[in-house]
Design a protein around this ligand. Structure first.
Ligand SMILES: *[C@@H]1O[C@H](CO)[C@@H](O)[C@H](O)[C@H]1NC(C)=O
Ligand SMILES: *[C@@H]1O[C@H](CO)[C@@H](O)[C@H](O)[C@H]1NC(C)=O
Ligand SMILES: *[C@@H]1O[C@H](CO)[C@@H](O)[C@H](O)[C@H]1NC(C)=O
Length: 292
């Protein structure tokens, strides 16, 4: 389906300091649609580079030698990576001593809402449903990612984990954020994603909101991926809160609530895929185009 046309990926970053200015702004901006300051936008940039870097296939030696966007976070220390960019999406996990840590992938998928895998998502209510294809993709790499994140946390004495990715990778990294928060209760997990498609139903969005108050999913202009799977709101798909929308004049705004229908937010700005522009999907996000 459409997702095959868009490379997608996932980066996981852990840091000792969670509350970036941008994250704090997202909490304060629950009520009105407010513009982000330059400093708030800049705070997302390392994550933007990580999400982009996930388009580069990880080498077996974990050499961190992909494109310019990878090198934009030169202090990154890779710990583990996997995937083949085909049956299994690329991912990586590592540590960033400045931010502090990381993982990524790519992808393609299917469509129904299903209950979550109770082995991986222990204790999650059966009312919580997610996109079947995303759930299956996440399950393929779940245990390898968990092992790598535990190893990273232990090696660098950090408890803060941030998952990030673009497109399908964003969806997978959102599921990984939930998965890691359940499997590693001592971790403080957050998610910063780009071009996030809808991942689950209303109960899922509420669960995500309750677990990740600093979550950010950043959408560029008329990117149509954030409003799919198609007709999703009719099918019961709901976005979690925390949208940051980049307007046509490049102002970033924080959109309060889930699926805000204001024309300044993706759901209102792109009512159908025919109102969307596929060229906006890869960016630029504050000057960064997704890609290796
Ligand atoms: C849940 O995930 C585990 C680990 O990936 C897998 O072995 C198991 O088959 C999955 N269960 C279902 C019902 O899909
Ligand atoms: C950008 O567009 C928004 C929405 O139209 C407007 O409110 C804002 O003032 C504009 N900002 C700049 C810097 O032009
Ligand atoms: C959308 O944003 C407006 C602020 O412009 C806010 O009043 C409204 O509650 C939000 N909608 C949702 C669904 O949260």
């Amino acid at each position: 389906m459409f997702i095959q046309a868009f490379w997608s990926l996932l980066v996981l970053v852990a840091s000792t300091v969670l509350a970036s200015p941008a994250a704090r702004a997202s909490i304060q901006a629950r009520q009105a649609i407010t513009a982000l300051t330059t400093a708030q936008i800049t705070a997302y940039k390392p994550y933007t580079y990580y999400a982009s870097a996930a388009y580069c296939s990880p080498s077996t030696t974990l050499a961190w030698s992909c494109g310019a966007n990878c090198k934009a976070n030169p202090s990154f220390v890779p710990v583990a990576s996997g995937g083949d960019g085909d049956g299994i999406q690329f991912w990586f996990v590592g540590y960033d001593p400045t931010l502090k840590s990381s993982l990524c992938r790519h992808g393609n998928v299917e469509f129904a809402l299903e209950t979550m895998n109770s082995t991986l998502f222990t204790g999650v209510s059966s009312s919580v449903k997610v996109h079947d294809g995303f759930g299956k993709e996440q399950a393929k790499t779940a245990s390898a990612v968990l092992t790598a994140v535990k190893k990273t946390m232990s090696a660098y004495s950090t408890t803060v984990v941030t998952t990030t990715g673009h497109s399908l990778g964003s969806a997978l990294s959102l599921l990984d954020a939930l998965y890691l928060s359940i499997q590693i209760p001592s971790a403080t997990v957050n998610f910063i994603g780009y071009g996030l498609p809808r991942v689950g139903n209303s109960a899922f969005a509420n669960l995500i909101d309750s677990k990740f108050p600093s979550l950010a999913h950043i959408n560029n202009k008329e990117d149509l991926v954030p409003i799919i799977p198609g007709k999703c709101r009719l099918l019961g798909y709901v976005h979690p809160s925390g949208e940051k929308h980049i307007l046509d004049n490049s102002t970033w705004v924080a959109c309060p609530g889930q699926d805000n229908t204001s024309s300044q937010c993706s759901t209102g700005d792109v009512p159908t895929i025919f109102n969307g522009d596929v060229d906006d999907h890869h960016g630029p996000y504050d000057g960064v185009e997704m890609g290796c």
